[in-house]
Design a protein around this ligand. Structure first.
Ligand code: CP
Length: 307
């Protein structure tokens, strides 16, 4: 693959290869023995049109650990503010002979559009409500490390599925790797195409979490809600917020995940989010660096062939 634009369409062996390589980098990162010259002479630009803490920082760390030159383009102080279009911005970065372009954009499909216009390998760091492929890969790596496998596990993805690119990428990845996926939330926050995705749909936490191996909570994305349909935080927490009582419906050894940023007291209670026996939220962030190193490594092999 020249780009990483989505999980949908990736074959199981490719996902397995990425996870194996990421596991290797996770081990190296813990030992502090990362190879530092793999991307020497390569340029990576982080082009984020939406806010980010985890994704942008971990792509920067991943690139630096592999020896790349990194530029974090600040869109808020760029010529985008003077009216420059997305495609003209891409053409400008292309003329600077960028090798790897990491793009986050509010419009679904924006990274795919850029990929048609630039020579760089384009990595989707989250586009609108479409996909966030590296998040699903780091989630899968975290699950695999904790549970030893993906196949046959029951994963409950809960909350605002409708607006979640994280949910879409996770659904595609987990189904491709033969896990069972349930989506759990109020009817207003479940996508209408859910029935066609091959997931079970639940509208209450008890049936949705019963027997689950993994409970993945999602942020309530108020910024993407239009038309006054924003649920009250208190009401949402009462019915769909994960607390110890609701977590008790899942298997006793179920792990708790959240891609971050979290709204504590809205979709997740602090006591659950911070419970070291159940929560793997910190490990997800750690695996984010390893997964992004693996993605940069694999895509740069094609760059080397193209050079
Ligand atoms: N999970 C995630 O994408 O977090 P950021 O928005 O902080 O990058």
């Amino acid at each position: 693959f020249r780009h990483l634009l989505a999980i949908e369409g990736l074959e199981p062996p490719y996902i397995a290869e990425l996870l194996e390589l990421a596991d290797h980098y996770a081990l190296q990162n813990r030992r502090g023995t990362t190879q530092r010259d793999l991307l020497k002479g390569r340029t990576l630009i982080n082009l984020f049109f939406e806010d980010s803490t985890r994704t942008r920082t971990s792509f920067e760390l991943a690139g630096k650990r592999l020896g790349a030159d990194i530029v974090n383009m600040s869109v808020s102080t760029s010529s985008v503010n003077k009216g420059e279009t997305l495609l003209d911005t891409a053409a400008t970065l292309n003329a600077m002979r960028t090798d790897l372009l990491v793009v986050r954009h509010g419009q679904s499909g924006a990274p795919a559009l850029l990929a048609q216009k630039v020579d760089a390998a384009v990595i989707n760091a989250g586009d609108g409500t479409h996909e966030h492929p590296t998040q699903a890969l780091l989630d899968a790596l975290t699950i695999r490390r904790r549970k030893g496998r993906l196949e046959g596990l029951t994963v409950a993805i809960c909350g605002d599925v409708l607006h979640s690119r994280v949910a879409r990428s996770n659904i595609h990845l987990l189904l491709t790797m033969n896990a069972r996926v349930r989506i759990v939330g109020p009817p207003t926050l479940i996508p209408s195409e859910a029935g066609r995705l091959g997931v079970e749909v639940h509208h209450d936490m008890k049936s949705g979490l019963e027997g689950a191996d993994v409970v993945m909570m999602l942020r309530l994305q108020k910024e993407r809600m239009t038309g006054g349909l924003v649920p009250s935080a208190r009401e949402f927490f009462r019915f769909f917020g994960l607390d110890a009582a609701k977590l008790a419906y899942a298997k006793p050894d179920a792990i708790v995940m959240h891609p971050g940023p979290m709204n504590r007291g809205v979709e997740i209670d602090s006591a659950v989010a911070d419970d070291p026996a159940r929560s793997v939220i910190g490990e997800q962030v750690e695996m984010g660096v390893a997964v992004r190193m693996a993605v940069l490594d694999l895509l740069s092999r094609n760059l080397r062939r193209n050079a």
